[in-house]
Write a protein that binds this ligand. Sequence first.
Ligand SMILES: Nc1ncnc2c1ncn2[C@@H]1O[C@H](COP(=O)(O)OP(=O)(O)O)[C@@H](O)[C@H]1O
Ligand SMILES: [Mg+2]
Length: 256
Amino acid sequence: MAAAEPLIRSQELTVRFGGNVAVNRVSLAVEPYTLKSIIGPNGAGKTTLFNLLSGQYRPTGGRIFFKGRDITGLNAAARTHLGIGRSFQLTNIFPNLTVLENVRLALQSRAGISYIFWRNFRAYPELEDRAYELLQRVLLEGRWDAVASTLTHGEQRKLEIAILLALDPELLLLDEPTAGMSLEEVPAILELIRDIKDAGQRTILLVEHKFDMIMSLSDSIAVLKEGRLICDDAPEVVSCNPEVLEAYLGGGAKDA
Ligand SMILES: Nc1ncnc2c1ncn2[C@@H]1O[C@H](COP(=O)(O)OP(=O)(O)O)[C@@H](O)[C@H]1O
Ligand SMILES: [Mg+2]
């Protein structure tokens, strides 16, 4: 039987900023319905790789394929439309709207309902119900009527994930979803990511520093060092690779 097509795949992906090669000939494949973590020291190119995959940056070399289709030339909006979802810390939250309104707006944009109808309160009760369900999913329903700007860091991250889920992407790019959270808040987010994975509907690429957590959560772990992919394998294999231990655990990742 032929191997399944990867959901997303990069081929020799490269981006240069001046003389700095931030992502250097990275060839990476993510199988459908799996979770791959990307690890590496600060400045290794993890966020830049996400920016390339989501279309925020254009590569200076290499190609990106989504479900076998070359999407290298597509902009970020077109990639979102295809099912590539990227969570942006804070930038996709409307601070003056409530938590529920934020999620409902994302659902409306997914459903293609015109923005001008949005102020028509309760025009779409089913969207409001669905938004509330998503808030339950991320354990934020108790804050449904809070103004988004009043949320804690942890609550903001949860809202970002709810908004991302509202957009219903096949591929989730999660860049340090627990950044800025208090230690008590972290397990709930990682459990949520585990639930999303276990539901079997989505594929996840995750950048996360909590090494123990990603060991148990990931189907595979890719290691970047100075823009290069130095390892991509099962967690137990990656964790005993001496180069990985040196590059990552010895590379100033104190919070690992
Ligand atoms: N827009 C940009 N302009 C110039 N340099 C950039 C830009 N984006 C990222 N870089 C550089 O790319 C390298 C990788 O950064 P980044 O992807 O943020 O690393 P990581 O997320 O692994 O910490 C760094 O040297 C960073 O300064
Ligand atoms: Mg980063």
